[in-house]
Design a protein around this ligand. Structure first.
Ligand SMILES: NC(=O)c1ccc[n+]([C@@H]2O[C@H](COP(=O)([O-])OP(=O)(O)OC[C@H]3O[C@@H](n4cnc5c(N)ncnc54)[C@H](O)[C@@H]3O)[C@@H](O)[C@H]2O)c1
Length: 349
């Protein structure tokens, strides 16, 4: 005997991403804004002048990637139970990617899932982390190893928040913007070459294009069975750099910038990219003071560390290799010899 359960096409996870000054909005339900003391100190007053709710609570967790863990998740859950949140209640993630990922994760598990809205306040979270429904937290085995795909109901991107962002954090966001352009959109890349992202109007346009690129990719492959993995361009190498430097020397976006240069070198080695195109990408990264080189002490051990990446399987490493500017190849067929020759030369190129 068998009973089939037909679950095709019953969920519509569509939502809008607004890129503008946040409009005034009232929620006729219980709402909790999840944030950290730094973001609250800088911008909670502004947010509260725009957002109201039937009952509104503020829940803060300590600032930092090291707090993106089970303790913080438990504390948020505890507050929600204390305030008797129910399945009609809603969460608002108000902060960078750390707050966004944790709020999304809590909303995916609280009473088997409640709604949440993303209000990202860093450039990286505005162009990348807040869009696409990846949520999660870290544990002792690694970053983002626990989580769920859970789409927000809406994303409000207000570029005003970026006026207080430190310049290194700004650069880290630019790295992710460059990533979207190189992998999927040559026109966008050429726009960025000419653009001055310090100009608010130009920045808003760049945010829009990056978000549009990501939204298109997510719409094709929500759960990363295929093309969405291309957004990990620069990350395979970048994760090893973060691991070797114990997550202290570089911001994530900075490690990704170096990783993109390494991936470009691999592409040139494989005749998939012209040297001139690799140079243009490097020049764009340098324009925003992003690091583009890194001294590899031991190429063999660098290579071994690839296998700790959750995107790699037991004996294969998945590389995202740009094919010119505006195209990309996802492959686990890059030979060790090719990669080692790039690693051996890196830092001396
Ligand atoms: N879900 C996804 O698809 C996705 C994609 C990329 C990255 N991420 C995750 O995002 C996280 C990184 O995000 P991030 O770079 O935003 O880091 P973050 O959230 O740690 O924010 C960086 C710092 O900036 C502060 N900050 C936030 N807004 C500010 C503002 N307006 N002015 C001044 N300071 C401000 C934060 O408090 C923090 O100290 C990582 O945990 C990463 O795993 C998730």
């Amino acid at each position: 005997m068998k009973v089939d359960i037909d679950l095709k096409n019953i969920v519509d996870n569509s939502y809008s991403i607004e890129i503008d000054e946040i409009s005034k909005v009232h929620f006729d339900t219980k709402v909790a804004i999840i944030t950290n003391p730094k973001v609250a100190g800088l911008h909670l007053g502004y947010l509260l002048s725009r957002i109201s709710a039937k009952e509104l609570y503020i829940i803060t967790v300590p600032d930092g990637e090291e707090y993106k863990n089970q303790d913080s998740i438990d504390n948020i859950l505890e507050s929600l139970f204390n305030h008797r949140f129910n399945r009609k209640s809603m969460l608002i993630a108000f902060g960078g990617g750390v707050i966004g990922d944790m709020t999304g994760y809590v909303s995916s598990i609280y009473q088997r899932g409640i709604d949440f809205i993303q209000i990202p306040t860093t450039l990286l979270s505005q162009v990348d982390a807040s869009v696409g429904g990846k949520t999660g937290m870290n544990n002792t085995y690694g970053k983002n190893l626990i989580g769920a795909f859970h789409q927000p109901k809406a994303v409000y991107i207000d570029p005003y928040f970026l006026t207080t962002l430190p310049s290194r954090e700004f650069g880290a966001g630019v790295a992710e913007i460059v990533k979207m352009a190189v992998t999927f959109n040559k026109d966008f890349f050429e726009f960025l070459e000419q653009a001055d992202l310090k100009n608010p109007e130009v920045l808003q346009e760049a945010i829009k294009q990056a978000v549009q690129t990501k939204a298109d990719v997510v719409a094709q492959d929500e759960k990363e069975h295929g093309i969405r993995a291309a957004l990990n361009y620069g990350h395979t190498f970048g994760h090893v750099i973060e691991n070797e430097t114990k997550y202290k020397r570089y911001l994530h976006g900075e490690a990704v910038a170096i990783g993109m240069v390494m991936a470009n070198n691999t592409a040139v080695e494989m005749n998939l990219m012209e040297k001139d195109e690799a140079n243009r990408i490097e020049k764009l990264l340098k324009k925003y003071y992003l690091p583009t080189t890194y001294t590899i002490e031991n190429s063999a051990s660098f290579y071994e560390t690839f296998f700790l990446d959750k995107k790699s399987s037991d004996d294969k490493i998945t590389f995202i290799i740009p094919v010119g500017i505006g195209g990309v190849k996802i492959t686990d067929e890059v030979s060790r010899v090719t990669v080692m020759s790039v690693l051996d030369r890196f830092g001396n190129i």
